[in-house]
Design a protein around this ligand. Sequence first.
Ligand code: NAD
Length: 252
Amino acid sequence: MFNLAGHCALITGAGQGVGAQIARVLAEQGATVLVNDLFQERAEVVVDEIRKSGGNATSLVADITKLEVLKEQIAQVTSELGCQIDILVNNAGIPAEGIELARFVDSDPTQWSRHIELNGYGLLNATYAVLPGMIERQWGRIVTITSDGGRVGDAGVAVYGAAKAMGPGFMRSLAKEVGSVGVTCNSISLGSIAHPNYQPDAERLAKMNKLYATRRRGTPEDIAPAVLLLVSDEGSWITGQTIPVNGGYATS
Ligand SMILES: NC(=O)c1ccc[n+]([C@@H]2O[C@H](COP(=O)([O-])OP(=O)(O)OC[C@H]3O[C@@H](n4cnc5c(N)ncnc54)[C@H](O)[C@@H]3O)[C@@H](O)[C@H]2O)c1
């Protein structure tokens, strides 16, 4: 099950964190993986690691908020590799943990666009760049990583939540446009994922853990298996959905 041999997967923002783990898992299942990131050194660490484990990976250093450059770079890498992207994981985004909490009325309007650019335009650009090929070849998988900050809402992250909520809305409509030609579009909604750059103090961590039925925050390893199901042949009848993978966040 979940054999991805013969498929080529682009994972945006895969130089660390959740995206890096998704890249590792898809490569383990046989996909040729394009590790996208803004930062070459991050992407290359992940590529080296995958290659050392026997997988196929290539870095794709590109800013996904710039459509024309992204399209050119995708065309160049895929022609060098002789592959076509048939799996896209829209992962790049700003983790909520990196955001200073502020009520919307107190938020800084000059900071709004960075959320909309990356979570909004980044998502549209990457999808726009690869979808025509999926339609032509009558097979494709698109998974967008979103956040419970957008799905259920959280005080203090309203702009982030608005930007992350765009993914599920986009996936739902797109699923209806392309389902008949073998392309599925889904979102996975994450709860808080432990992140090396954002370590809450012990008191805050204990409070956060209490919000989860599992009494712990997630890890990138908790997320990648759900992505694997959605991008596999076995996941072909799941489309237009937003699947929470969140340790039971917001449940009582
Ligand atoms: N970490 C969490 O707690 C959490 C919770 C809910 C949702 N999410 C979502 O999960 C996804 C991954 O989160 P993470 O914690 O692994 O993030 P991260 O910051 O660790 O990794 C994101 C990567 O994306 C890259 N990136 C940023 N802008 C880019 C651009 N314009 N073009 C290409 N690459 C770019 C960064 O360089 C970075 O390596 C994001 O969409 C985030 O919103 C994270």
